[in-house]
Design a protein around this ligand. Sequence first.
Ligand code: GDG
Length: 483
Amino acid sequence: MGKTIIISNRLPVQLQISNGTITAIPSVGGLATGMKSVHSSGDSLWIGWSGLTEEDIAPELEPKIDEALAAHGSSKVKLTEKEVDGFYYGFSNRTIWPLFHYFLEYSEFQLDYWNTYKKVNQKFADAILAKAEDGDTIWVHDYQLMLVPQMVRKERPNVSIGFFLHIPFPSFEIFRTLPWREELLEGVLGSDLIGFHTYDYERHFLSSVRRLLGLEVSFNDISMGDRLIKVDSFPMGIDYKKFSDAAKIHYNRAEDEQSELQQRLNTHKKTDPEAKFFLSIDRLDYSKGIAKRLNAFEYFLNKYPQYKEKVRLIILAVPSRSNVPQYQLLKREIDELVGRINGEFSTVSWTPIWYFYRSMPFENLIDLYTSSDIAWLTPLRDGMNLVAKEYIATRTDKTGVLILSEMAGSANEMNESLLVNPNNFEQTADALHEAINMPLEEQKARNAILQKRLARYNVEKWANDFMTSLKSQKERDAANVSR
Ligand code: GDG
């Protein structure tokens, strides 16, 4: 059996350099966790960018960095600052990201971004080619690396290649506006298996393949020359046990062991048992609908004034891509909205919105999940939205209500939540009212079903299902060719 190569824009480790000493710290993100079973079993290698540009790394440190990464089964792709600008901040985050999230007006079609994207994708492909041998399995992740499968296929036809897109694939009418649409599709089609979070994204992709490339599509198979390519949906799960275990520890902590945040949240609950916490957690990204959510909160307070001084909206907005102008504008808009709404509604004893613009340690994230009566997650578009799943996993006593956007991929698997259209303030305000008044028995019944589903289809199962499907697809394709 050949080895497995995982490839993503960022490596699953973070490098720390201090006084000439290099430490590689494993990341705790969903992808890194989910891939653990794939990455740690047998012969495997993870290739990606370390997060440091070539300008950041003194040449004498290079061997030490490589050694530190190798200890974690990782190998780096070297990128210059200019390449990161054009490839990551440029084509990935100013062209593909807005377009695939239906923000057509934000999408920039610049030839130099595209050229850098191609060049950097080739660098990633070359890094794979330097290691890959016939019979190996390669799993390429996400929208930053859509050209890599074809680049590798061209040189190594006898490897298995899987590609997974973590963001939505848009409808044909949106995708067709991209000047380099055929090249992007052909890039992905170098794979044997192409995975999406939902059936809808899968259908959108197949429709674009049929209409733009004229390829034959039968159910979820694409015929390309003598190759058969499979397209399927694999909804990503979470590390369920990690979240439910952390929540159990949280609930059992003695007061003097609690974080300051947990203590403050508890104090508020004790002083007013009827008070409700609404929780909103996202990267600060226009696709997440934070500004709309704030407007909807204002609408709610006006429609249901009986909840003034009773409810609090906790917003955790995690800084993201802050050197892209749209993100800077959004930050300003959110700052202003929070200021205006708090200014309008606050009383001496009540501030309606608690706003945190930062990333919090995992323990505090758990404090927020476990202390919030209602999670209010209403992206305008979201590939999946793992926060919704994490919130449910932490509700070990099964109480709590999830208000979730229909536009999140996770809505497909979370029908027992209150699903809303984030653009419909009337419906959203009514959902908040319903959530506040939902009987405990009903909360528990809904969450019991959700928890069972999330515990079963966890992130490890997601990764294993993808790998199993890739293996059987390669066998099917080989049988097809020899026929
Ligand atoms: C992309 C797609 C898709 C958040 N704040 C903090 C923190 N987080 C963690 C959460 C969660 C993760 O970040 C966010 O995941 P999401 O899925 O919600 O969103 P994206 O970052 O946009 O991810 C998305 C995902 O890829 C996977 O395919 O679901 O649709 O856009 O795990 O817990 N973690 C810590 N502190 C924070 O302040 N420690």
